[in-house]
Design a binder for this molecule. Sequence first.
Ligand SMILES: [Zn+2]
Length: 573
Amino acid sequence: MTMASIAGLTPADFARATWDDLLPYYRELVERPLDLSNVEEWLADWSRLEELLTEAGAMAMIAYTCDTADAGKEAAHLRFSAEILPRVEEQEVQLANRLLALGYTRPDLAVTVARFRTASEIFREANIPLSQEIEEHSARYQKITGGLTVDWNGVEKTLPELQPFLQSPDRTIRERAFRLNCGAYAERRDELAAIFDILFDLRVKTARNAGFSDFEAYCFKAKGRFDYTPADCRRFHAACEEKVAPAVERLMARRQKALGVDRLRPWDVGPDPKGREALKPFKEVGDLITTSRRVFDQVSSNFGGQFQTMMDDGLLDLEVRKGKAPGGYCETLHYRGRPFIFMNAVGVLDDVSTLLHEAGHSFHAFEAHHTPFIWQRHPGLEMCELASMSMELLAFPYLDQEHHGFFESEEFARARVEHLEDVLVTLSHVSSVDAFQSWIYTSGQGRDRDARDQAWLRIRSRFERGIDWSGLDRERITRWYRQLHIFLYPFYYIEYGIAQVGALQVWRNSLRNQADAVERYRQALALGNTRSLPELYRAAGVEFTFDAKVIGELVTLVEEELEKWRGLSGLGV
Ligand SMILES: [Zn+2]
């Protein structure tokens, strides 16, 4: 085997690579003599290799999600995701071990080194086949849930196609759509529960192999959660139960009154309370882009410029199109130092929120790219989601007509109300999902499918109040089967709650001084992953917290703002 050098290579050179082509580059880094005099150069080469490889993989993924019908693109994406990237992990642990053995570190690499250390500590050869098995069963879950359909007036419809009916002003239509939607999951409940049993066993075994008594403790380590514990998350749940759930209950009571119904049933949560048509902020995706460009420019000329770069470089694929994968994402191309945004815009308010959110991720990528090594750029999701969720709130003031945004004044107020209500509902939802996952893996009863369903009902009712679910236990239980994170990405969820509390603080700062709040936010993004989470939050001018008092104050602020905007939105106070 000759010594492989990455000098002069670009991601395009790796576009067709197989694992056998790539291994020599890792071998060279594993075998190169290493000491304190050349460690920086060695790290730079390793980082450059990761940039090349992750960008080649990202390009393959982007090409595939933009055109899922092309078999060649699918094969290339699978080559990276299933063959190459899982093998990279093993090499990374070897390289990390070399760095750890050398004892080299510096302040802006401390978080990275801590991550390398935990990855190395919990790595077990025996867990590789287990994670492959987990992937297979996860894929079965996705296949079943992705293929669910219902009969709607003799026409076969997918569950996403039912969504508009859940918002219908006609209550009978909403109820029918709701029951069909839940029924599709309820019919497959035993099958899905059986998949979960297998995943549960595999995960518990993975944790045991790595020397952990419970899977929750293992996950905290594996996810590099250095700054908080399961006990902090329980404090967070309690705070949301005490402060957020009653606010959501008030919101639901208001909705019930507006709809004029004697009981607010779960199918009454979707529609506009005044029976108005859904907001239509734009017609063409071109309008979405140019209007957003103006919005970001008013948040900060930096962000406006970065968004313009994405427009110029073809890094936005936003319109819904046949053959595109569902959903939305922002992917970083580390070699070029550019992000890419993917979504399926159809002209609704959600599309605007999604673009603001993903743009927040993309500004993070731009700002952090100046750091020398790839690992210094992406902090934990607790910070990445603060970047995106804050942008949704920071950009909102510029969405009205006065700022050449998307909405005339009554629509603008309506959009604000919908967005802020959603913030509260999301906090409650996140708490219920996280508390449930914690119960699954620590109660000793998580392997019992009936006990699981009962636990969900119990936990859910702590956080979701004001909706009358009587006689609908079977339907309510299906909600957790629909939450793919619980099946595919265990314990990945509380990050959204932590980040939302951070983003609400950024927003609170912006209500006092928008320019200062934006500047601190930008500086925090530019720190990438070179500081701990509490330090990154502090740089953004906010507190990394699970505290009921802070959460309570933020909820009060949201409710005050809601009151103000409701008055302007035609809903009355
Ligand atoms: Zn996000």
